[in-house]
Design a protein around this ligand. Sequence first.
Ligand code: AMP
Length: 418
Amino acid sequence: MIQLVRGFRDILPGEIERWQEIEKTAVSLFENFGFKEIRIPILERTELFARSIGEDTDIVEKEMYTFADRKGELITLRPEATASIVRSYIQHKTYAKDPVQKLYTIGPMFRRERPQKGRYRQFYQIDVEVLGDESAYVDALLIFMLVTLFERLLVKDVSTHINSLGCSKCRPDFKAALSEFINSKSAALCSDCNRRKDRNPLRVLDCKVPKCREAMKDAPSILDSLDSDCQKHFDDLKQSLEDLNIPYIIDKSLVRGLDYYTRTIFEIQSRYEGAQNAICGGGRYDNLMKTLGGPDLPATGFAIGFDRLAEISGLQSTDLVKRPDVFIAALGEKSISKALKWSCRMALEGIYAELDMSGRSLKALMKRADRMGAGYVLIIGEQELMDGSAVLRNMKTKEQESIGIEGIVENLKKVLLK
Ligand code: AMP
């Protein structure tokens, strides 16, 4: 028996309806805000992720699915979507037509993390990006859209956490202060942190190892080192969130597991999920475009963890599963072949008619209709064919009526639309 690869999973009917509903709700909301869909490839050159996410991050150091293809070129299954969207914007010179692009994409990402509850090696993200706009109001708009989406999906007990990471002008001062603090704590830090602390001290703030978290809890905050432009940007964000009635928490210890962030960063956290409580992460990445060889244009965005969102959404899958409008219990070869034509015509008319072609007994078919939650059962056998009328049973009231075979689709429609 061949089993799934560890950390990968199937999303089965019964569960998928909730995913479909989430996707529909998200797409309709995003489109009302003027976002357009973009589809990017699942495979990219490894260098794209190494340069954007950062060589010293967990993702690039140990989690990417990287292979040499047949010609020896290194390629990687995408661990996130932002880098590819930026690559596409640069490659197609989209900015020449209109620098401001509002895009979304939904699909699988791959990271070889330790599998545990809420953490998969193939997981899905709903990714939204605004390229070419540096305004803090855009960040506020993204957060407003997110909070609205979560409300529509009946997600409860989530909070919005924000922080600023400053920019390349004010961050060096902060990094120096942070490095000094880290060096004073190095004995208490894990080996990864000790290895990364000189090249990339911010990574230490992001370490999930409990003893590192404890050692870093009084670390200096970047919010004390912001220069006047970054301070104004952060103040504008806070003011806009207040104007939009979005409650938020300023979280000085918030950093992100990817190197490209600048200024605004944010997370939506759920109270229920324990270690996996981040449902969505995002922020600005004003330097990424330039780092990847494109124009010096700012950008901002977020990625929602679809798997976690599906888990905490209050949508009930059972309410979303499509039930047959009518289940056709056809008894005998002749009835089945007649009913095949009817069920095809009904589908074209927008009626979901489930035709059981197994030739099993009426008792077995009635049981199946019941299990599927059919509204009606249409019973048709040799006798009914001869009489020119089938039996229609209302599964809720248990009432039965006879329904003419001549013009059966129209006759059925009349009953169903009653
Ligand atoms: P990131 O791209 O790391 O900022 O992650 C954004 C969101 O994706 C997180 O808040 C999670 O909800 C989700 N996510 C990240 N990694 C995983 C994973 N391995 N399994 C499931 N969801 C994930």
